[in-house]
Design a protein around this ligand. Structure first.
Ligand SMILES: Nc1ncnc2c1ncn2[C@@H]1O[C@H](COP(=O)(O)OP(=O)(O)OP(=O)(O)O)[C@@H](O)[C@H]1O
Length: 402
């Protein structure tokens, strides 16, 4: 295994095409857990499957591992078909040449680090591996992840970071190119989790294995991933780099799921190339269409991140500006979060500033945001929870940070 960054030229390590998996509930209702999903993981790529509970990410990971049999579609691992509904191929998990790391790493507590890492080699089907070879490969894997000196320790005698390294060594000892992670950090407290993420990123970038990682935690996804697949109701609604997902969300669902964002729904009054004007309850917005098509009269959501807003006592020249009153500055250390009620509608918007002394609570001030920083997204998109509903109020909504 060599350190690597994703390359477009080599054969993808995972190719999922038009995959479908349905479950029948006890009530008889059918759930489309995976609904026509296609995506690829390139060699050396770290891909995160991200979405809320029930969106289908675990089912997708388990289908790739061979622990769940899909209904339709195909899966290839390093070019080899491991599942194809058309060709009736379904390779069992142990022959797919992939490793999986489960919640809390699932290390055997009664086994030393050495024995934990040796376990996949000893329990392999087919030709037995000589004892000496096993010992050599285990030590090599432990050295690779930098915990060679811990071979005689038990998991209970190790830190979280060391346990993660042992789990990684156990996953890598087979020389499998692909490691699947099923929320391995979900039972770890926040501070340690941050450190383990940092460790995992540096190990993956150093060793170059390909990773497919399931999480519902957007911060985790942003920190770990080369690319993120955002899932909603069994579908991938956006597949892109963390930067693309954050700055150019394809839908309102993605925009709201990743980070905090201000949103106001209004009516398109002008369309000019990639720029539109939206008339909203607290004034006009000029924003960017980010690839969507709009016509005059369409309902649209103008969305902007709190860190992109500015708060000033003097009226700015920025095209998007509204007078308001500061309600509650909240100092959170790295920045201050201002809640400001703006416009005739007295809508609450949030904006974040590194400065805590901009405007005092109760004072009047101007909120402004550049047109480039306002995303205008369709309201009636199919993947949107509000789609088709006539009861959604044409009113501003503030989406909290999670
Ligand atoms: N064995 C099963 N029988 C019936 N329905 C199932 C089964 N497994 C999963 N589902 C349903 O399929 C959908 C997707 O479930 P899945 O576990 O993949 O979601 P998830 O995104 O991983 O959620 P979580 O983060 O809570 O684990 C859900 O609606 C779930 O109820």
């Amino acid at each position: 295994m060599t350190p690597d960054t994703p390359t477009a030229s080599s054969t993808p390590v995972v190719e999922v095409s038009n995959l479908v998996k349905r479950f029948r509930r006890e009530s008889g209702a059918v759930v489309n857990a995976i609904d026509d999903v296609s995506f690829e993981v390139a060699a050396g790529d770290f891909v995160v499957l991200l979405g809320p509970s029930g969106c289908g990410k675990t089912t997708l990971l388990r289908a790739i591992a061979g622990l769940e049999t899909p209904d339709q579609g195909s899966i290839r691992i390093s070019g080899r078909p491991v599942y194809s509904s058309a060709d009736r191929v379904d390779v069992p998990p142990e022959r797919r040449d992939i490793s999986m790391i489960f919640q809390s790493y699932a290390l055997w507590p009664h086994m030393t680090a050495f024995k934990n890492v040796a376990y996949p080699l000893q329990s392999r089907r087919g030709r037995k591996i000589a004892k000496d070879d096993i010992a050599r490969r285990v030590r090599q894997a432990l050295e690779l992840v930098g915990v060679g000196e811990l071979e005689k320790q038990y998991p209970g005698q190790m830190s979280g970071g060391q346990q993660q390294r042992i789990a990684l060594a156990r996953a890598l000892v087979n020389n499998d190119e692909l490691v699947l992670f099923d929320e391995p950090l979900s039972n770890v407290d926040a501070k340690v989790r941050e450190q383990l993420r940092f460790e995992l990123v540096s190990m993956q970038r150093k060793l170059g294995f390909s990773a497919l990682f399931v999480t519902h935690d957007q911060t985790e996804a942003m920190e770990l991933a080369h690319r993120i697949a955002v899932l909603d109701s069994g579908r991938i609604v956006q597949f892109g780099s963390p930067q693309e997902i954050y700055h150019r969300p394809a839908t309102r669902y993605v925009a709201k799921f990743i980070g905090a964002i201000n949103e106001v729904v209004g009516t398109v009054t002008t369309v000019d190339g990639g720029s539109v004007v939206v008339d909203s309850p607290y004034g006009k917005f000029v924003g960017a269409t980010v690839g969507h098509r709009f016509s005059v009269g369409d309902r649209a959501a103008a969305m902007w991140r709190p860190e992109r807003g500015r708060l000033t006592q003097d009226e700015p020249r920025t095209v998007n500006r509204w007078p308001g009153r500061v309600k509650a500055p909240l100092f959170v250390g790295s920045h201050t979060e201002y809640l400001v009620s703006v416009g005739a509608s007295q809508t609450d918007v949030r904006l974040w500033s590194p400065r805590s002394d901009l405007v005092a609570a109760g004072s009047e001030a101007w909120v402004s945001v550049d047109a480039d920083d306002v995303l205008v997204l369709p309201v009636d998109e199919p993947a949107d929870p509000a789609a088709g509903s006539t009861s959604v109020p044409v009113a501003p909504v503030m989406v909290p940070a999670s």
